[in-house]
Design a protein around this ligand. Sequence first.
Ligand SMILES: CC(C)(COP(=O)(O)OP(=O)(O)OC[C@H]1O[C@@H](n2cnc3c(N)ncnc32)[C@H](O)[C@@H]1OP(=O)(O)O)[C@@H](O)C(=O)NCCC(=O)NCCS
Length: 182
Amino acid sequence: MDYQEKTVLLKNGKTCVIRRGEERDAEALLNYLKVTAEETRNLTREPEDVDWTLEEERELIREKNDADDVLNLLAFVDGRHAGNCAFNPADDGSRLRHRCSIGIVLYQEFWGMGIGTALLSEVLASAKAAGYEQAELEVVSTNTAAIGLYQKLGFEAVGTMPRAVKYKDGTYADLLLMVKRL
Ligand SMILES: CC(C)(COP(=O)(O)OP(=O)(O)OC[C@H]1O[C@@H](n2cnc3c(N)ncnc32)[C@H](O)[C@@H]1OP(=O)(O)O)[C@@H](O)C(=O)NCCC(=O)NCCS
């Protein structure tokens, strides 16, 4: 999907540039997926799950940019990649096309600056403009920072999947399902 680049002011006075991911970002995006998976237990992937090549990542970016129901936005602060937020179709099937699934992850050093609020607000507005009626996400039930962000932007918790995530150390986490009408 197309997206017009924007610059927003953060609560610490810095500016944040928000733009669509492009093929030139492929290497940074692979690094981001691996590093952020290492930084937090609140994601569902391990770093080694990111096992596709640079060329495959470029192809994925091309496909997303050509699609009219997908958007991956990147945030940059002081020219550095801070994180991403995206929407994708929630599932296959023409009866499910009104629902999109949301994902958001920032590098740890950029948490708490208001980037999440800025990125997710842009993604929700773009998802509505793309025709989606409902935005959905799953969040580890103890992830208070993310749940606070989602509630602030109008998401409501509608249920919990117990033991949805299993970590390498054998422990589990529940996933909270949250929904927002667009
Ligand atoms: C969750 C995440 C995206 C939030 O982005 P962020 O830029 O840190 O959030 P913001 O600074 O915009 O804060 C938005 C709201 O979230 C809540 N919040 C943020 N950090 C919080 C914290 N440490 N404790 C409690 N609430 C918090 C607050 O309600 C805050 O609103 P306020 O600024 O009006 O007080 C970010 O912390 C992150 O990438 N975390 C790791 C990956 C992750 O957990 N992703 C979600 C997977 S479902």
